[in-house]
Design a protein around this ligand. Structure first.
Ligand code: AMP
Length: 192
């Protein structure tokens, strides 16, 4: 894995552990020679991970839609690409990365996570999707993921698309060993 798309919150929670986590992850990815592809802003966990990765000498690519340049405080201290639409941004994350790493976040992070999962199901990509379940933040989501499969809305094999661990290194080890699942169909990524 040379580069991971990192999805996380653009907010700064009151609990300082979240920003601290993002900094640690940024530093650790840079230390392991793994580049970061992310939303290109300076706010919240997104800004923290990018800043820490850069400070540790890592490669950071930011992709931000024009309309969010001032709102999300575009980060010019990275390899920044300004795109026209949110859709272009997300297609770029998929194209430029070797996998998806999800840290705690809000609705935008959820949008990106479930898109990575559904695009794996549809065969747009065969890349690992890892959730860093720090502080048990995603316990409820993982339970719901199981529930969807139990009820029959997600094929049992596809329930395992999401890998989740509380520790980054354990998660990265699993992501490196990832075997692509059998998708429902094999969509052409050029049609994204
Ligand atoms: P959030 O987790 O809500 O703080 O958002 C994290 C990032 O996801 C921000 O850079 C948002 O611009 C981005 N994002 C991507 N898709 C969406 C969406 N459909 N709604 C809101 N934010 C989104």
């Amino acid at each position: 894995m040379k580069r991971l798309a990192v999805y996380c919150g653009s907010a700064t929670p009151a609990d300082p552990r979240y920003i601290e986590l993002a900094r640690e992850v940024g530093t650790s990815l840079a230390g392991q020679g793994i580049g970061v592809v992310y939303g290109g802003g300076r706010l919240g966990l997104m800004g923290a991970i990018a800043g820490a990765a850069r400070a540790a000498g890592g490669d950071v690519i930011g992709v931000i839609p024009e309309a969010l340049v001032s709102r999300e405080v575009a980060n010019y201290d990275c390899d920044l690409t300004i795109v026209a639409t949110m859709h272009e941004r997300k297609a770029a994350f998929t194209r430029l990365s070797d996998g998806f790493l999800v840290l705690p976040g809000g609705v935008g992070t959820m949008d990106e996570l479930w898109e990575a999962v559904s695009w794996a199901q549809l065969g747009y990509h065969g890349k690992p999707v890892g959730i860093l379940n720090a502080f048990g933040f995603y316990d409820g989501l993982l339970e719901f993921n199981r529930h969807m499969a139990e009820v029959g809305f997600v094929r049992p094999a596809h329930q395992g698309i999401i890998m989740a661990e509380r520790e980054l290194d354990l998660l990265l080890t699993r992501m490196r060993a990832h075997e692509p699942i059998t998708p429902i169909v094999k969509m052409n990524p050029d049609t994204l």
